[in-house]
Design a protein. Structure first.
Length: 234
């Protein structure tokens, strides 16, 4: 394939956008059925489980990911999360010991201060949640982290700006993430992906932030994703 050829055929593009619409419609119904704050935040768990299922199904019948426990190149990329994912993580951390919350706030601030927007993962700080080369919020990590599986760790280690990923996983996971974001947007919530470290630190240090999000305020504008992101661009 030459670089000028489109990534997807017209039929594949249409199928992707139909999947996005199906997810949007399903998630919108869920939000309308139970708009309580805890339910609206907690619903992203279903989406994340959907991404886990996509990854599991795809890799059970095709190429295997080259990632191994303890490998963390992609944890140096710029991670984008939905606002609902940010607040889910903040809710989880708020239930931890005060000392642990203070420590993660320090780590997040250090990560943000060290982030100079570099493209190569080698020049970027690790995610504040990466501890002893493992994700310390693995069960509640964002969908972007769940979908990212490299087909060639050597390429990740070579400072390449892109992680070689399975296109089928990317498409199915992106349809889930975009359809979910569209549903939040249609339901009146800020929904654009926002940079994980800055957004979680904002949520931890502004106790009323989640309530303002439920009221439809735009809180994360300008907290953009500035460097490497594994988000698919069609
Ligand atoms: S949240 Fe976890 S998986 Fe995602 S970048 Fe951070 S440490 Fe890695």
């Amino acid at each position: 394939m030459t670089s000028s050829e489109p990534l997807l055929s017209e039929a594949e593009c249409n199928a992707f956008w139909q999947s996005v619409e199906n997810v949007r419609a399903a998630v919108s119904r869920q939000i309308a059925a139970d708009p309580r704050p805890a339910a609206v935040i907690g619903f992203v768990q279903s989406v994340q489980q959907g991404i886990d299922a996509v990854v599991k199904a795809r890799f059970s019948r095709g190429a295997q990911p080259d990632c191994k426990a303890g490998c963390s190149h992609c944890c140096h990329t710029c991670v984008e999360a939905l606002p609902a994912e940010v607040f889910r993580i903040a809710r989880h951390l708020a239930g931890c010991a005060t000392e642990d919350v203070k420590n993660i706030q320090v780590r997040l601030a250090q990560q943000i201060a060290a982030d100079n927007g570099a493209q190569s993962w080698k020049d970027r700080p690790a995610c504040a949640f990466l501890q002893n080369n493992r994700c310390s919020i693995y069960e509640i990590r964002p969908g972007v982290c769940r979908k990212t599986h490299s087909l060639d760790v050597k390429q990740c280690a070579s400072s390449a700006s892109e992680i070689p990923e399975d296109l089928g996983v990317l498409l199915d996971a992106e349809a889930l993430i975009k359809g979910t974001a569209d549903a939040y947007h249609a339901s009146g919530y800020e929904s654009a992906g926002t940079e994980l470290a800055r957004s979680v630190l904002m949520a931890l240090t502004n106790p009323g932030l989640e309530a303002r999000w439920h009221q439809g305020e735009r809180l994360f504008e300008g907290v953009g994703v500035t460097a490497i992101s594994s988000t698919l661009t069609l």
